[in-house]
Design a protein around this ligand. Structure first.
Ligand code: FEO
Length: 619
């Protein structure tokens, strides 16, 4: 008996679920099953988007016949030739002899490789931006090579604003009677399956996924129909934003994944103690025994967390087998942009740590937390301090939310420099904070630059009217919090449009109890990195003081994008209201303050943001 789902009046899901499959692609466990989605558009022409796996072929053909309701099938659009979506093509040729196949050149090559039927006169080749009018609907083809095979293409229905997304935005897990992501608790029950699907199936191809997201961002999309998992009709950004992070290999969460391989429990014990120490510091942890948990779970977790710890015994003079398989899987999936700590064990000749490091060194932007821990059989009391040091170094790189006073590093972390923090610097906007006695203060600056790597120095230019500048001149220390695109205008107002001489910038709701190792506050939200520095030189440049400073600490806070000056003006700063017709004056381009009058005094300083006449324009 058929089992179909209506998505629109003329769009029907004709796919099927498989809960008996043990291993998807022979390697990824799917305990919650998997769906193979196929969609039928019943316009003036009937159009099918892909077929299904051979395991559910019979149900699919029954579903299709029901949805067609006696009509013939005019077009089959083949978006992806992997056999879990193309196993029924030959059946369709037999059942619907006049069927036309719509695909690209590469797909045709694969059809000929997988099948022996004569394709002559049956195939419409399409390329990027080609369209197919099926009656009311206008279908546009978007090439997406390597998301996940080279022939993959997507179809955009500009009539109903539907993106048929092939493997993109898919998810493991059978649909269990639902069809829309908003019918289930997706974040709780399916997000990890979506992450596991992404990281394991297309994780290697982040660049290609990013390119595809660039193309689809120009479209108005109301519905996403992927080949696995749920249809998205609400909150599309829930899945699209995850893809944006995953494709850039940016972590979703600040926290630690600990994967360990332990033969007799001693390596496991060290990993447990480290996790316990991290939790004491308010750090989120997730642990995996790599000998028990399928690698696909651990690869997905590595895409989720910012920090990775690998603890492995030495085995046959190398890495323990299951850990070796995991490391090889992670490097094959292009893991990047992570902080990594390593614990090795070896009763007579430990080698696993250096070997793990040598594999991961081939991945991009992996920051190793120094002082790998090397155990000889088991952790001894004298080595507990090494675990503490490792926990402190990890915690220093995290934005911890323990509820207690949070510190970006205890004594062991005071020299912690995460190089990735400097990759966040742009012509952006920053909170520059300082402390003089009991007084904490901060202001907004837009020029922070790394000037040398050795010694590691940055420069910061600050308007002389800023109280923070006076405090730094006096104390010689400051922190820079790098703001992100999520920063709301109120943060710029709080730190940028008032003076610390008569305002407490860190009063609620900005009473952040986060301090760097130098004891100065920093901003832990809507920021992606924090840099502490000690002034080496102060240079006087008319309106500004330029501080040249030695970096003492640098931590990555999040994977969000840094806000640029341009982004701030385009997307965050409220647009100035059109002036009343008879109003004469000048408006500040920075904060929109309006000076009323015929002439702006040459020495005028904006009372809100402290910028001079050069940043005002005539109304
Ligand atoms: Fe479900 Fe790449 O296919």
């Amino acid at each position: 008996m058929h089992c179909i789902k209506k998505i629109k009046d003329d769009l029907i899901w004709v796919g099927a679920n498989d809960r008996r499959l043990a291993m998807f692609e022979g390697v990824y466990s799917v305990p919650a099953g998997v769906s193979y989605n196929s969609y039928l558009l019943t316009d003036e022409k009937t159009v099918l988007f892909d077929t299904v796996d051979k395991a559910v072929r019979e149900r699919f053909l029954e579903n299709l016949a029901e949805a067609l309701n006696g009509r013939a099938l005019d077009y089959l659009i083949v978006q992806h030739m992997e056999p879990d979506h193309s196993a029924a093509i030959q059946d369709l040729i037999v059942l619907y002899p006049n069927l036309k196949i719509v695909c690209n050149e590469k797909t045709l090559q694969f059809i000929k490789q997988f099948y022996d039927f004569d394709t002559g006169g049956r195939v419409n080749i399409v390329k990027e931006n080609d369209t197919l009018q099926t009656g009311k609907h206008n279908l546009h083809f978007i090439m997406a090579p390597m998301v996940h095979w080279p022939e993959v293409m997507l179809t955009y229905d500009s009539t109903d604003k539907i993106l048929f997304s092939a493997d993109a935005f898919g998810c493991f897990g059978a649909l269990n009677g639902a069809i829309y992501a908003d019918e289930v608790d997706f974040a709780k029950d399916y997000l990890n399956e979506a992450r596991r699907y992404y990281s394991n199936i297309v994780g290697k191809y982040g660049t290609q996924v990013e390119a595809l997201l660039g193309k689809t961002s120009a479209l108005t999309i109301e519905t996403i129909c992927p080949l696995h998992g749920f249809v998205w009709r609400k909150n599309l950004n829930d899945i699209v934003s995850k893809y944006a992070l995953w494709s850039r290999y940016e972590p979703e969460e600040q926290g630690v994944m600990i994967a360990y391989a332990s033969v007799y429990g001693n390596t496991e014990n060290a990993a447990e103690i480290l996790a316990s120490r991290l939790r004491d510091k308010g750090v989120k942890t997730q642990m995996f025994d790599v000998s028990v948990i399928p690698a696909s779970e651990i690869v997905a977790a590595a895409f989720r967390w910012s920090h990775l710890v690998f603890a492995s015994t030495t085995y046959n003079a190398g890495i323990f087998v299951t850990m070796e398989a995991l490391i090889s899987d992670l490097t094959a999936h292009n893991i990047q942009n992570r902080s990594v700590a390593i614990i090795e064990n070896g009763s007579w000749a430990a080698t696993s740590g250096d070997l793990i490091r040598s594999h991961l060194e081939k991945c991009k932007n992996i920051r190793f937390i120094e002082n790998m821990i090397s155990l000889k059989s088991g952790l001894k009391t004298v080595q507990l301090s090494e675990i503490d040091t490792m926990a402190a170094a990890i915690a220093a790189g995290l934005n911890i939310t323990s509820g207690k006073s949070q510190s970006a590093g205890g004594p062991a972390a005071q020299n912690m420099i995460e190089q990735a923090a400097f990759f966040k610097l742009s012509y952006g906007l920053f909170v520059l904070s300082a402390k003089d006695g009991d007084k904490d203060n901060g202001c907004i600056v837009n020029t922070v630059t790394q000037i040398t790597a050795s010694p590691l120095r940055i420069s910061v230019a600050v308007n002389k009217a800023n109280f923070t500048r006076d405090m730094i001149l006096k104390t010689g220390e400051f922190n820079v919090s790098i703001l992100t695109e999520s920063a709301p205008f109120r943060i710029f107002e709080n730190f940028g449009f008032h003076s610390g001489r008569d305002t407490d910038k860190f009063a609620p709701p900005y009473a952040y109890d986060t301090r760097a190792a130098n004891g100065l506050r920093y901003v832990p939200e809507h920021t992606n990195a924090m840099i502490s520095a000690k002034v080496a030189e102060s240079l006087n440049y008319e309106t500004h003081t330029l501080f040249i400073a030695d970096v003492t600490q640098a931590i990555v806070i999040s994977g969000e994008r840094s806000v640029t000056y341009q982004y701030y003006f385009d997307n965050i700063k409220p647009k100035p209201q059109p002036p009343k017709e008879d109003k004469k004056g000048f408006v500040c381009k920075i904060c929109a303050y309006v000076y009323e009058g015929e002439k702006l005094p040459a020495d005028f300083i904006c009372p809100l943001c402290k910028h001079g006449p050069e940043d005002f324009e005539k109304i």
